[in-house]
Design a protein around this ligand. Structure first.
Ligand SMILES: *Cc1c(COP(=O)(O)O)cnc(C)c1O
Length: 339
């Protein structure tokens, strides 16, 4: 039994999901004739109370399209130093949209409205790039699955309004925040101009993300997706997995959170571990004591068929997910006791 805790992207479609996929009605989505894709887009738009939703092959492409929709070349995007769009999308913000990122020094990937205010370049000072977009992530990936305080998000919205800035949410793991904090998609739809959500992370789909927004901002989204090479054909088979996941795999995220909590508690007891970051959702980030050899620790786990991942800077990451079963959890906890 291999226990793969590197990411929540390692899941494989369940039998129920596969059945739903195989039964999907499909058509050519480039002509917008795929009924299953259309149904998924309508459903997610409706969930968030937005006018439009568009299916994308990846979360990166959905985020990159959003940046393109909100900015012009030369502009600047305000985001956290931990942001996925800055660290993990291959430099796409500069490559695809010709924009730079003004990095905010946040706490676990989260910052305040005051920090946004300080990061905005004065629009009449033509020496500096024009600030046009604020981007946040909920939950934060590099921040260890931390959830934003919704009150702070509201304050940032106000700052964006005062300074005529777009507001995009990278919601790859927004589902986790909604479940953990008992929040609703509509709440988020009211605040953000655009939101990307992943179906292939916690929800267990093989592929797929969706970008939502109102008609005015989304008008060009389909063109940009085409330019990025993301116009797909009979892709309802994949959208069907998304519909299945919305019905079956959101509520259960609590189980992943509980397992992550228990792993965090077990790690805290280990003398070889320096710190475990607070566990709010399905990600556990921890640091080994300085005298502990990291590759050797990873190898020890690998020898017991356990895979975890390094985040750089001495930090290690564990992510719980749909395919991390109760039996695996028991096994992993008992291995941790003797490692
Ligand atoms: C995984 C992830 C994405 C998108 O990733 P893809 O692999 O391109 O689907 C975007 N943002 C965050 C925070 C993520 O964790």
């Amino acid at each position: 039994m291999i226990i793969d805790l590197r990411s929540d992207t390692v899941t494989k479609p369940s039998q129920g999901m596969l059945d739903a996929m195989m039964q999907a009605q499909v058509g050519d989505d480039v002509y917008k004739e795929d009924p299953t894709v259309n149904a998924l887009e309508e459903r997610i738009a409706e969930m968030f109370g937005k006018e439009k939703a568009l299916f994308f092959p990846t979360g990166s492409m959905a985020n990159q399209a959003a940046i393109k929709l909100h900015t012009n070349p030369g502009d600047q995007v305000i985001c956290d130093k931990y942001a996925h769009i800055y660290n993990y999308e291959g430099g796409g913000a500069s490559f695809n949209s010709g924009v730079s990122c003004k990095l905010v020094d946040g706490n676990r990937g989260m910052f305040t409205a005051n920090q946004v205010l300080e990061a905005i370049n004065p629009p009449d000072f033509y020496h500096s790039p024009l600030t046009s977009l604020v981007e946040i992530e909920n939950t934060t990936n590099k921040g260890g699955g931390a959830c934003w305080d919704f009150e702070e998000i509201l304050k940032i919205r106000k700052t964006c309004d005062d300074h005529n800035l777009g507001f995009h949410l990278d919601g790859a793991r927004l589902w986790h925040a909604l479940v953990a904090k008992n929040e609703t998609p509509k709440q988020y739809g009211e605040v953000f101009d655009t939101i990307s959500v992943c179906l292939s992370k916690g929800l267990g789909c093989p592929i797929g993300s969706v970008l939502v927004g109102d008609e005015a901002i989304m008008r060009n989204a389909i063109r940009i997706r085409k330019i990025f090479g993301g116009g797909m054909r009979q892709v309802g088979y994949l959208a069907a997995a998304g519909l299945y996941a919305l019905d079956n795999n959101i509520e259960r995220l609590n189980e992943d959170h509980k397992k992550a909590q228990e792993i965090g508690e077990e790690l805290t007891k280990l003398p070889i571990i320096k710190t475990v970051e607070p566990v709010e959702t399905n990600i556990v980030i921890f640091e080994l004591n300085k005298d502990i050899n990291e590759p050797r620790f990873m190898q020890k786990l690998a020898d017991k068929n356990i895979k975890i991942i390094g985040m750089g800077g001495g930090k290690l990451r564990i992510v719980t997910h749909l395919d991390y079963t109760d039996a695996m959890h028991d096994e992993f906890l008992s291995i941790l006791k003797i490692i």
